[in-house]
Design a protein around this ligand. Structure first.
Ligand code: BES
Ligand code: ZN
Ligand code: ZN
Length: 499
């Protein structure tokens, strides 16, 4: 899909479909106040057609409701699609993004190939362009890569966003939004691949393609190198699989920045399939564990975006990638592994493998000189119990750094929620034989997992994102197909740009 801006007046736009937002004004229309000036303007162009629809009750403006009209009077467009914006006072960038995405998916389903989106005023022009572009490009993603009977006629070739004036700031806002959302879609495409195709080796190849395509330094450490570095926890998880593990390392280095400056480390869990290992998972739903590499996919995607956007901070992505399998060579419950940090771990449950590979990856990132760390991982089922599929669970050892990340999340319309990490939780991590067990008690499982990671991150300022509940959309939305979400990509790009 080609996405551009247009400055033409809405009534003159010759397009297959013009999309406009209509707010839910409820009873306020009775007061005679102009509750929705954009509506009134369009309505008078169309000779009162919209007001009539509103009176008939067919046009409510309720969030994401759609009404399609053909050959609207007074407009050059062939169709007019009205998308509900909900209550005006709740209107924000996330609502706009979702409305734009809803329009795209609705029109795609109707066989329309081209349209113009007319964002309502009420938000700053740059925000309008950014949020609309996010919504359109993310909505255009289809997770059906292996369907052989795809309906090729259901395809959007071109979309335009109608903005009042031709400002270069708006053009560059659009360019940035395209880069970020294409990165989000890359993370989704990687997470969507089945585990027989997306092996650790394949992920290395894909990350390398990204790095060479946009001029990032790239390295992939193999088992030998990792053994040399003492990464016993990562290798312990990998040893049950015939697929060799790797540690993917990507560097972005801005020109002319002193090496004493901040250096952001992005660590992403990439278990290409998590059977649980010897502590094997139940069969029901196990197929979903192909997305246990969504954290790593997100970090590779963030690096792609940063290579284009060029922040003035050094960024290193460290992505440990393994397959967690049972087998005669697999690690057993009770095995002891020595991590790169020197700490020993008693592996009480081989299904708590994410924290093991992250422990070594975090240590590696710190030794690379990272001054700030963010990790993203589909780490625990417990975070899904705590926060459902709506919010990412956020943990930290430094409030100020977490606050910056949460501000970025808010600006990007990604829902994230802070979780506690009090010292008391550490009491659950006692082993009789080693420094740490890899699991705590039954309670607060997302927190004890984060507590385990903190042991390796301290004292470097660190934020942990548990994306187990949010990396996969369980139900299709009008603006997103069900499947991988690419969560955290937008927030982390924004954070790096602001650092
Ligand atoms: N990959 C899983 C976590 C997960 C669960 C991701 C649901 C996505 C959806 C992780 O490796 C895991 O198995 N965690 C265990 C930890 C337990 C053994 C302490 C869990 O959450 O059950
Ligand atoms: Zn697991
Ligand atoms: Zn896992």
């Amino acid at each position: 899909m080609k996405l551009t801006l247009t400055h033409q007046a809405p009534e003159l736009l010759e397009t297959e479909a013009l999309v406009a937002i209509v707010f839910d004004t409820g009873d306020d229309t009775a007061t005679g106040e102009p509750a929705d000036p954009g509506f009134d303007r369009l309505d008078s162009l169309a000779g009162g057609l919209l007001a009539e629809l509103r009176r008939s009750g067919e046009l409510t403006g309720k969030a994401l409701d759609t009404v399609l009209l053909h050959r609207p009077a007074g407009l050059a467009a062939r169709r007019l699609l009205l998308v509900g914006g909900g209550k005006r006072e709740k209107w924000d960038l996330a609502q706009l993004r979702n409305a734009a995405g809803t329009a795209l998916r609705f029109l795609k389903g109707k066989g329309v190939h081209e349209f113009v989106f007319l964002p309502p005023d009420g938000l700053p022009a740059e925000t309008l362009v950014t949020a609309t572009a996010w919504g359109l490009i993310a909505a255009d993603f289809e997770p059906d890569s292996y369907k052989t009977d795809k309906n090729n006629d259901h395809r959007i070739d071109r979309a335009q966003i109608a903005v009042g004036s031709a400002e270069s700031a708006l053009e560059s806002a659009l360019e940035r939004a395209v880069v970020v959302t294409e990165a989000q879609n890359l993370a989704r495409a990687l997470s969507n691949e089945p585990a027989n195709r997306m092996t650790p080796r394949e992920l290395v190849q894909r990350a390398q393609q990204v790095a060479y395509g946009c001029g990032l330094d790239f390295e992939a450490l193999d088992s030998e190198r990792m053994r040399g570095l003492g990464m016993g926890a990562l290798l312990g998880v990998a040893q049950g699989s015939a697929e060799p593990p790797a540690l993917i390392v990507m560097h972005y280095r801005p020109a002319g920045i002193p090496s004493s400056n901040a250096h952001l480390g992005l660590v992403g869990k990439a278990v290409t399939f998590d059977t649980g290992g010897i502590s094997i998972k139940p069969a029901d739903g196990m197929e979903k564990m192909k997305y246990d590499m969504a954290g790593g996919a997100a970090m590779i995607a963030v690096m792609q975006a940063l290579a284009h956007l060029k922040p003035s901070i050094a960024v290193t992505a460290v992505v440990p990638t393994v397959e967690n399998m049972p087998g005669s060579r697999a690690q057993r419950p009770g095995d002891i592994q020595t991590t790169m940090s020197g700490k020993t771990v008693e592996v009480l449950n081989t299904d708590a493998e994410g924290r093991l590979i992250l422990a070594d990856a975090i240590t590696y990132a710190r030794r690379q000189g990272c001054t700030h760390l963010v990790d993203a991982a589909t780490l625990t089922g417990a975070i899904v119990v705590a926060l459902g599929h709506t919010n990412v669970g956020v943990f930290t050892n430094q409030q100020a750094f977490q606050d910056r990340l949460l501000a970025s999340a808010r600006d990007c319309g990604e829902k994230m929620w802070p979780m506690p990490l009090d010292d008391e939780y550490k009491e659950q991590l006692q082993s009789n034989i080693a420094d740490l067990p890899n699991i705590g008690s039954r309670w607060g499982g997302a927190i004890t997992a984060a507590m385990f990671l903190k042991e390796f991150a301290d004292p470097t300022p660190w934020v942990h994102l548990d994306i187990a509940g949010t990396a996969w959309l369980e139900e299709a939305k009008p603006y997103m197909p069900k499947g991988p979400s690419g969560v955290a990509v937008r927030t982390l790009v924004d954070l790096a740009m602001k650092m």
